[in-house]
Write a new protein. Structure first.
Lengths: 467, 241
């Protein structure tokens, strides 16, 4: 991964005020508007959200049973199933399948779990060429960048960036016309599809009853990845499963609307087993790799509900913090409100404990979530975990402790208010302070701070209304 | 007519930084026919500690609040959606499974944000008046999404000229300690909000939470803006407080 500054705030500060920040904000507002339009014309959306929540929570509560049934069905359909405890194991499983099948060139459709385990880098180290075929991911790969959003990975770039990139890396004449840019990528990728030995995809939904894996895309590249090459490897985050087809249909309805405001994604690709004798196309081998990589740990914790997420990205799109700084500020694959809950769970509290603090707790994420996941409440739980583990910066911990002791005792609080009023006299004008010392300087770098009142409400009440 | 007795909780920020908002709240409640009681010993609901995750400190403050209020009667009214949300929703979580569980439930069920109390409980016909003003209303997040407040402040402001504020239900970037921990991000969100407030043509910004309002007013001052900022209680009390 590209090396970036170490804290959320320093990464965010590097992005604030740049064109990247502007592009993200515009993109997020556009996606939210489209989502709102799609939901407005779909009166049963709220009822389906309730249903989707029940389906996902049921799946989590029965995950062991569903996964075992799913595995049986994959085998029954002629596929092979693999379980990987962590990223290293998952990468190794994939590399071995590719080596065993003599695969040198691999095409990929968009998959966040492969970003999570950093599969591309691992395969490249083994001498295997990997080409991303989702347009956004293709651009990310070409630029040596990382995705800035889980659904729209290049929302931080605009067509000028992409035109320049294509000219530099693909040797084409520079253009900023979106149709031409699309055609350039298409021509380039089509040749690679024809030569590819294997295809790697993620899984949006696995269906236990039939052993099927569903991927949704808007470009059709996912369908080529899973049908054209000889070998198809599908990587499944172990929680992304439902019992039955009727459950999957509910998830698809809320997923497309929440993610991009579509009634249904352009391509809903279902793979059940490899090619059969009568089939005209499809891979000779289908491998499904079920990946844990920290998910069991989340499942056993007080943030288990976050595993019900279907990765629509709607919470990113409405988050005031995400809109302002974009996904790169989060420093890892899963960004925004859901990422701030998932990441400390998957990768550990250090150094990711600070992500739950990168939120104003405004609640827009929970309000829009198609699964009604209580994200703010989980951010608070992770904050409590961070505080209990002694991870808070000293100034914050001491400040809150001192504040609590002061407000707990009314006489101390009265004294503190009076003192605060008098000592701020020399630095105040018209009742406002332009520059505070210490940690307060962060506040006054951007806004004035009100001078504490001469007479508090308590004092006024005592003299005017007290009995 | 003898109206209900209410227990006023002004919040620590109003107490220390904007006592006028507390006085305006008293004026408005009395005008609505209530008998207002106030506990001098009460200071803070514990939200600052709760939001940074320091639950021991949060429980200490919240427990103190519960004990004080438990010997009183009637609705507990706060001129703040955020603190009301803390007491109405989060106290239940904070004390779930402890020996204060029932006490927290008792207090939580009595908690009302000011506009919620005036409109939903009293069905008041009080309306804000402001001659020649054009008001933009900022819906603070915890009141809006935590307590579901929207029509209540809108009804109370139904007789004044309202500016159309784009994204009036989007966060202003305050976020409590977030504003101090991540000031640059907080301010970037604030500035987008301030651009919209200025673009709305409003000359007065009104809201239900002094925390968000002081953050926004501090930002407006930095821009040398002429827009004045009022708490909803002040807008309702008018000049007679």
């Amino acid at each position: 991964m590209t090396s970036r500054p170490v804290t959320f705030l320093s990464r965010a500060e590097a992005i604030l005020g740049t064109r990247e920040a502007q592009s993200v904000d515009q993109g997020m507002r556009h996606l939210t508007e489209m989502r709102d339009v799609a939901v407005a014309e779909f009166p049963i959306m709220d009822a389906l959200r309730d249903r989707a929540r029940v389906i996902r929570l049921h799946a989590l509560a029965n995950l062991d049973r569903l996964l075992s049934h799913f595995a049986d069905q994959v085998i029954e359909q002629g596929g092979e199933i693999h379980f990987a405890a962590d990223a290293e194991e998952a990468n190794e499983v994939v590399a071995r399948i590719l080596e065993a099948t003599g695969s040198r060139l691999v095409v990929k459709s968009k998959s966040m779990v492969t970003e999570e385990i950093e599969l591309n880098a691992h395969l490249e180290r083994r001498g295997i060429e990997v080409v991303e075929t989702d347009l956004g991911e293709f651009i990310v790969q070409l630029a040596g960048d990382t995705p800035s959003h889980i659904v729209t990975p290049i929302v931080h770039l605009d067509r000028h960036d992409i035109g320049a990139l294509f000219a530099e890396k693909l040797g084409v004449v520079e253009t900023v016309d979106p149709t031409e840019l699309n055609q350039i990528a298409r021509d380039h990728l089509r040749q690679i599809f024809l030569r590819a030995d294997a295809g790697i995809s993620g899984v949006n939904i696995a269906v236990a009853e039939s052993g099927s894996v569903i991927t949704v895309t808007n470009e059709g590249n996912g369908r080529l990845v899973t049908t054209a090459p000889r070998v198809h490897i599908a990587l499944l985050g172990m929680e992304r499963i439902v019992s039955r087809w009727e459950d999957a249909s509910v998830i698809l309805e809320v997923l497309a609307r929440s993610a991009t405001g579509q009634r249904l994604s352009t391509y809903t690709n279902v793979v059940t087993g490899p090619r059969r004798d009568a089939d005209e196309d499809g891979p000779e081998q289908l491998h499904v790799v079920v990946i844990d990589n920290g998910r069991s740990q989340i499942l056993g914790s007080d943030t288990a509900e976050i595993l019900a997420c279907i990765r629509c990205g709607a919470c990113l799109n409405v988050c005031p913090v995400f809109r302002t700084v974009g996904g790169h500020a989060y420093g890892t694959v899963y960004s925004g409100p859901v990422g701030s809950v998932v990441t400390p769970g998957l990768l550990g509290m250090e150094p990711w404990w600070e992500l739950p603090y990168a939120s104003t707790l405004c609640g827009a994420c929970e309000e829009i979530c198609p699964i009604r996941i209580q994200i703010p409440s989980m951010l608070l739980k992770l904050r409590a975990r961070a505080a209990a583990e002694g991870r808070l910066p000293g100034w914050l911990e001491r400040g809150i402790r001192r504040y609590t002791t002061t407000v707990y005792t009314p006489t101390k609080w009265e004294r503190a208010k009076r003192l605060a009023h008098w000592i701020t006299g020399p630095i105040s004008r018209d009742g406002w302070i332009r520059r505070l010392p210490g940690r307060g300087s962060g506040w006054t770098a951007y806004r004035d701070f009100p001078r504490p009142a001469r007479e508090s409400f308590n004092t006024w009440w005592r003299f005017n209304r007290g009995s | 007519m003898e109206g209900p007795t209410v227990q006023l909780v002004v919040t620590c920020l109003v107490d220390a930084l904007r006592p006028n908002v507390g006085r305006a709240t008293v004026t408005v409640l009395e005008r609505a026919g209530c008998r207002v009681e106030f506990l001098a010993g009460h200071t803070c609901c514990g939200q600052p500690a709760f939001n940074v995750g320091m639950l021991t400190e949060a429980r200490r403050m919240a427990g103190h609040t519960l004990d004080l209020l438990d010997v009183t009667q009637g609705a507990i009214v706060l001129p703040s959606g955020s603190c009301a949300d803390m007491m109405a929703r989060h106290y239940r979580e904070l004390f779930a499974g402890t020996d204060r569980e029932q006490q927290a439930e008792r207090i939580a069920s009595r908690v009302r944000e000011l506009s919620q109390f005036l409109v939903d409980d009293l069905g008041t016909d009080l309306r804000a008046s402001c001659d020649g003003c054009l008001i933009a209303y900022h819906h603070s997040c915890h009141g809006l999404r935590g307590l579901g407040l929207r029509h209540q402040p809108e009804e109370l402001l139904s007789e004044v000229a309202m500016a159309e504020l784009e994204g009036s239900d989007e966060c202003c970037g305050f976020g409590g300690m977030f504003a101090v921990e991540m000031p640059a991000v907080s301010a970037a969100i604030m500035n987008e909000k301030l651009d919209r407030i200025e673009a709305s043509g409003a000359d007065t910004l009104v809201g239900g939470d002094i925390s968000c309002l002081l953050h926004l007013e501090g930002g407006l001052r930095r821009r040398n803006s002429k827009i004045t900022v009022q708490h909803l209680a002040e807008a309702l009390a008018g000049n007679e407080q």
